[in-house]
Design a protein around this ligand. Structure first.
Ligand code: ADP
Length: 487
């Protein structure tokens, strides 16, 4: 029954380019035969046929043109027109009646053909559009299926409508259609930023609510077989032509191998710096011992030993940086916070660093005493890093000014130089681990790209923030904000 209804329903055949001639032909012939039987057998008046048959014919032309296109529509025209001629012939029309009959039949034939043509053409155009859309969808599905990353597509309610096979390959378990991301219980247990994953962490749900892309969210999940998996997830909303969100996509990448590599690298840095620390500390002790023992007249030996000591101290700084990075990675960077006078600390740091350069003039613009709560040693590390950068990246010398401003519950410190500046596109990247600007001119400066990464972490762990701005003239200004009181 269902099959029969599908066969008869023209709407169910939209997009189906199989156009039948057989059904309209048989149907039209049956209508003509029934009409003849009605005229001769039931009402016994051959003249009665004419008017009623026209309604049936028009309806069947519309139906078949919509069901079987131009071909079906024309078939439903040809049979009745032939039947009309048959009526004129069998009813023995003569004179004006004959001519009138022929004229009416020709006019009807023209009208029927136009009707069948227009509706049939419309139906075929719609079929073409539907087919094109289906082709486009299939092409997209095939691309999605072959992507090396997991793809999840949802509707605007975050209900999964499609996934590719990579999702199952990565997670070891598929996500069923109809699963509501951000509402249903997460498919796998795991963590996001060391917190148990909850539906509210879902990037898709966040992208749908905010209407913005959510990028590079990392999750650590445990597969059903117990293996740990690092996932990177990106999600973005999809809008229609009117700008309304109707779906969202989520790209899931397995970054376990990359994470393991990074962790091995971090382990190596940690081990190497620990191993280097002991011999370098004893080297420095020996140099200090020799410097203490040497006779005053051995000027050249003293000079060499002093240079050696300076280089050893540089190495110690590098190792300290590497150890700090490793502490940050493993969450072992600890702080001894206390109340201290930051203005004093800035003055001390300035005098220490001013002694290393004659070409730069380091000044504190506002000398008011301000106390803050924090780790004095770590904050001095921040100041030293920003000032040494200011010196290092101002090869032609110039002024380096430090400003302090008290704001509601906070202190804002600025370090401004007249050096080479930093292009805007690098402003966020310079705070990343081991990042250095690749500009060939800047590349000539020595360094490992550790300083600002450590600096940012220290500021962050004090509840503050750091950023950089370009100056209108030459140079850059680094700003950092710290809360005045314990947070
Ligand atoms: P390093 O100085 O060892 O390379 P940092 O983490 O301190 O590492 O700085 C990262 C990068 O930021 C540097 O390589 C440099 O390109 C840029 N940079 C930092 N401070 C300045 C500055 N004051 N002026 C211009 N560029 C800077």
């Amino acid at each position: 029954m269902k099959e029969l209804l599908r066969y008869l329903n023209p709407l169910a055949r939209l997009g189906n380019k199989k156009y039948s001639v057989f059904f309209p032909l048989i149907f039209s012939i049956v209508v003509c035969v029934l009409s003849e039987m009605f005229a001769y057998g039931v009402v016994k008046n051959p003249e009665i046929v004419g008017v009623y048959i026209i309604f049936i014919n028009v309806a069947s032309i519309i139906y078949f043109a919509f069901r079987d296109g131009v071909k079906g529509g024309f078939t439903a025209v040809v049979v009745p027109i032939a039947y009309y001629f048959y009526i004129i012939y069998t009813r023995n029309y003569t004179g004006d009646r004959f001519i009138g009959g022929i004229e009416a039949t020709l006019v009807l034939a023209a009208l029927y053909l136009v009707l069948a043509g227009v509706i049939g053409w419309l139906k075929q155009t719609i079929d073409g559009l539907i087919e094109r859309e289906a082709d486009g969808r299939k092409r997209l599905e095939s691309i999605i299926e072959q992507l090396p990353v997991g793809v999840i597509i949802t509707d605007s309610e975050a209900r999964v409508t499609q996934t590719n096979k990579q999702v199952e390959n990565i997670l070891g378990i598929g996500i069923p259609k109809g699963f509501v991301i951000g509402k249903d219980k997460p498919i796998l247990d795991g963590q996001h930023k060391n917190k148990i994953i909850t539906p509210s962490h879902s990037p898709v749900a966040q992208a749908l609510v905010s209407g913005k892309q959510v990028t590079n969210r990392e999750f650590l999940v445990e597969k059903r077989d117990g293996k740990r998996l690092f996932l990177q997830v990106n999600a973005s909303p999809i809008r229609n032509g009117r700008g309304q969100i109707f779906a969202a996509t989520s790209i899931v990448t397995d970054i376990t191998a990359q994470k393991e590599m990074e962790s091995r690298k971090d382990e190596f840095i940690n081990m190497a710096s620990h191993e280097l620390k002991t011999p370098i500390t004893s080297m420095k002790l020996y140099v200090d011992f020799l410097l203490g023992k040497i006779k005053e007249k051995d000027e050249r030996v003293i000079k060499s030993l002093k240079s050696m000591k300076y280089q050893i101290e540089k190495m110690q700084e590098l190792i300290a940086g590497l150890l700090d990075i490793s502490r940050i990675q493993t969450g072992k960077l600890t702080f001894n916070k206390e109340q201290f006078n930051i203005s004093e600390l800035i003055k001390e740091t300035i005098s220490e660093l001013q002694a290393t350069t004659h070409r730069h003039k380091i000044s504190l613009l506002n000398k008011a005493a301000i106390n803050i709560y924090g780790d004095k040693f770590r904050i001095s590390q921040v100041l030293t890093n920003l000032l040494t950068n200011g010196i290092k990246y101002s090869p032609d010398g110039g002024n380096i000014n430090i400003g302090i401003k008290r704001q509601a519950g906070k202190i804002l410190i600025s370090v401004e130089d007249e050096g080479i500046g930093i292009s805007k596109s690098e402003h966020n990247k310079i705070f990343e681990k081991l990042y250095q600007v690749v500009d060939p001119q800047v590349k000539t400066f020595p360094g490992l790209g550790m300083g600002l990464y450590i600096t940012k972490e220290i500021i962050k762990r004090h509840g503050g923030r750091i950023w950089v701005e370009n100056k209108k003239s030459r140079g850059s200004i680094f700003y950092f904000e710290l809360p005045l009181k314990k947070t």
